[in-house]
Design a protein around this ligand. Structure first.
Ligand SMILES: Nc1nc2c(ncn2[C@@H]2O[C@H](COP(=O)(O)OP(=O)(O)OP(=O)(O)O)[C@@H](O)[C@H]2O)c(=O)[nH]1
Length: 752
């Protein structure tokens, strides 16, 4: 059965093709897809794989949808769910009907109209199954995007037809590269005034250095946007019916023919650059067939050399079904992606995982969530099958557990299943673990390589209002397990609970969740920037801790060097303690105490009490006393030696620098740039688009407080900005002095 015919047979009630579209069935990319050999591009050829399993995997896609905030990810996902029949009605984000989009199931998400947690869902399109993860666009929730990309095989990168490549698009691009995720680009909001897909494609090429080309062109623009021309089949596709459920194919309007021909040639040229078969055809001055083009786009997309660009308007229900076809046609199935694990039994050797169900089970718990019915653990099954009632082993803890209940997620709803095969994404109930844990059937000691976790940039103190409640620490434990970018520690002096994370909104959401989900209202301190302390040069230490106050005394002497240390890219570590003492001048049983002293010193830097990074402490020599030396004496000696050397090693305060992207009407450019200068910003890039301008600048986070209010008043409320963490850099010397003085004053007040 041809793919399209099976697609038509399997379509849910709401979506239908008009009779007039018979020719559509004969000449579409999907049809061409059905002509492709099923094994095309498959990386694993397993003679033992069950043909039924291979067939199922060929028809499975695990995709993520990511983009800059407000580009329309949730709205697109909502339309996908509607057209695939998973939901019966469309509810818009912040919709007037008060229901809210299906994917934004958290009460807070509906209120704020943003996506906080990524939701998993699956949908069927024809004979194909698609697992979709909707991810948040706000930079504060970056970890959610990282997690989704880690476990997905392909992605749709959504861009706004007016704003184009924005700061968060750049972050998402980086993440997709980090995890080698093939992607489609979808230019949404084609109904907006100023929409220009070709300008956005230029930005993809210039700013993201992608080989990108349109596989469609728009029919009409802005409020006259009615459909798209498919440049592969050279047919015009329109959405008709109240909710765009009817897809109608017609000839290309005559006035669009020249543009369609030009853009088709551009597509072939771009493909020829990255695909040998198309290059040969192009050099012979022949025209590739529909099948050749679809195969080439698929090959080039999966091998990360190309991104096909589609366009539409989710809000106006236009051109979403062609996006679904493209997901099937161009994004890889689980057998076309190589996933690796580390085999602990072979000294953490990298091993390729088999993507089939008849291999031993390996799965990754990539997300935890406290649901209505208890803890929910999201799992990507990399090989083998996960069965209800079966036993699986947590490789990290060695704990064997029984899978009590297994579900497939559909936003907040779920469907019970008995088994999930290789390549699937689902969730288990009642399994205690941390996010990022690997599970196997017990016969394998595999662990999946870990996820990139960015450092926190902001912190605040948190105190429960009223009576002490065990829920306070319960909630904090829960949030930390769910989210590795959310950290909690107790200030060793003030004994206050300090939470830190990726931004004010990130922390605010947890404070709010504490109240709503755990019934604990909290007072919060002023948000503080997560400064760090480090050194710029090496310095020696030679410190003796000696106390003689009746009874047994304390004696410990340590000598060595404190030196700057670069971050180790593999381990992410940028602090270390090295013992090079020979000859037993410090007895070896006291060395661990010295290391403890070093760690004590790292917690609270000598300058302003922030953590110390980028230092290596090398212990070279020392002395001990037969009676008076103790672990405590060496611990104190090392901590004090650290302070002594730190003061001589050009101590420096580092602050988080944010990459800030601002868009506003052109008449406000002067005042916006002036404002950035006042906040010690460095402008990196500016761009003018008709009556709007974009500016990208690096600004210290410490100078960004209150910026949204300032921007609003400087642009009569018409300016928008977003920011993401770039790195930590040394503060200016006068700022360093001020921060040190403020800290000293604070400390003096505390002791009064
Ligand atoms: N004009 C127009 N507006 C759209 C379109 N798609 C989405 N929107 C609107 O854009 C806003 C943001 O849409 P969302 O779907 O919430 O975007 P998102 O990317 O999921 O947002 P976050 O999750 O907060 O990052 C909403 O007001 C939508 O109604 C579109 O195609 N055209």
């Amino acid at each position: 059965m041809s793919f399209v015919r099976s697609l038509l047979g399997g379509l849910p009630g709401k979506v239908s093709f008009k009779a007039a579209s018979a020719s559509f069935i004969e000449a579409t990319p999907q049809n061409a897809f059905s002509l492709l050999p099923l094994s095309m591009g498959r990386r694993f050829q397993s003679t033992e794989a069950d043909p039924k399993d291979v067939e199922r995997l060929n028809r499975l896609r695990n995709i993520g949808i990511s983009a800059h905030i407000d580009s329309g990810k949730t709205t697109c996902t909502e339309r996908i769910l509607y057209y695939t029949g998973r939901i019966k009605e469309i509810h818009d984000v912040r919709g007037r009907d008060g229901v809210g989009a299906k994917m934004d199931s958290m009460e807070l998400e509906r209120e704020k109209g943003i996506t906080i947690q990524s939701a998993a869902t699956y949908a069927s399109w024809g004979d194909n199954n698609i697992n979709i993860i909707d991810t948040p666009g706000h930079v504060d929730f970056t970890i959610e995007v990282e997690r989704a990309l880690r476990v997905l095989d392909g992605a749709v990168m959504i861009l706004c037809s007016v704003a184009g490549v924005q700061s968060q698009t750049i972050t998402v691009d980086r993440q997709m590269r980090r995890y080698n995720v093939p992607r489609l680009s979808f230019i949404n909001k084609m109904d907006r005034a100023g929409a220009n897909p070709f300008r956005i494609i230029d930005q993809l090429r210039q700013k993201l250095k992608l080989t990108a080309a349109a596989v469609q062109i728009p029919i009409g623009n802005e409020d006259k946007f009615h459909g798209v021309v498919d440049l592969i089949t050279m047919k015009a596709i329109y959405n008709e019916g109240e909710t765009g459920q009817e897809l109608v194919e017609r000839d290309i309007p005559a006035e669009l023919m020249p543009l369609a021909a030009e853009k088709r040639t551009e597509l072939i040229e771009q493909l020829a650059d990255v695909d040998d078969e198309i290059a040969d055809i192009y050099l012979m001055e022949e025209t590739p067939t529909v099948e050749q083009m679809v195969s080439a786009i698929r090959r080039a997309t999966i091998s990360l050399k190309f991104t096909p660009v589609l366009m539409g308007s989710a809000f106006k229900n236009t051109a979403i079904q062609p996006l679904l076809n493209a997901i099937i046609n161009y994004l890889p199935n689980p057998t076309e992606v190589v996933n690796t694990a580390l085999d602990i039994n072979q000294g953490e050797k990298k091993v390729d995982l088999s993507p089939y169900t008849n291999s031993p089970f390996v799965g990754l718990a990539f997300k935890l969530e406290e649901g209505r019915y208890g803890q929910l653990t999201y799992m990507r099954i990399y090989q083998g099958a996960l069965k209800k009632g079966s036993f699986i082993t947590n490789v990290k803890t060695g704990k064997k557990i029984k899978v009590p209940r297994l579900v497939r997620m559909h936003a907040a709803d779920m469907e019970d299943v008995d088994e999930l095969g290789a390549g699937e994404i689902g969730a288990m109930f009642g399994v205690d673990c941390s996010s990022g844990d690997t599970f196997t059937d017990g016969t394998l000691q595999y662990t999946m390589t870990s996820m990139y976790v960015p450092d926190p940039v902001i912190s605040l103190s948190l105190t429960p209002k009223g009576k002490e409640s065990p829920n306070f620490s319960k909630a904090l434990n829960r949030f930390q397990k769910e989210d590795p970018t959310f950290r909690v520690h107790i200030d060793s002096e003030s004994k206050e609970t300090i939470i830190s994370g990726m931004g004010e909104l990130h922390l605010q959401i947890y404070v709010e969740r504490m109240k709503r989900e755990y019934n604990v209202e909290c007072l919060t301190g002023k948000p503080r920037v997560a400064f760090r302390e480090t050194i710029a040069q090496a310095a020696k230490f030679n410190y003796t801790h000696k106390k003689q106050s009746g009874g047994s005394g304390q004696y410990g002497r340590v000598m060595g060097q404190l030196e700057p240390m670069e971050k180790d890219e593999e381990t992410g570590k940028d602090v270390s303690f090295e013992n090079r003492v020979i000859g037993g001048n410090i007895p070896s049983n006291f060395i661990p105490a010295c290391e403890k002293g070093f760690n004590d010193a790292l917690d609270k830097g000598p300058l302003i009490g922030h953590p110390v990074n980028g230092v290596r402490m090398v212990l070279e020599d020392g002395a001990s006393h037969a009676v008076d030396s103790s672990e405590l004496a060496f611990r104190i000696a090392t901590k004090n030696a650290f302070h002594e050397a730190f003061a001589k090693a050009k101590p420096t305060i580092l602050e988080p620098i944010m990459n800030v992207a601002i868009t506003a009407p052109i008449e406000f450019q002067g005042s916006v740039i002036g404002g950035l200068n006042k906040r010690k910003g460095t402008v990196v890039d500016t761009e003018i688009q008709e009556d709007y301008f974009n500016v990208i600048a690096d600004v210290p986070l410490n100078d960004m407080f209150g910026y949204s209010t300032e921007l609003r008043s400087a642009t009569q409320g018409k300016g928008e900005f977003s920011m993401e963490y770039k790195d930590h850099q040394p503060v200016q010397s006068n700022v360093q002095e001020t921060l040190i003085q403020e800290y000293k004053k604070e400390q003096a007040n505390k002791t009064k």
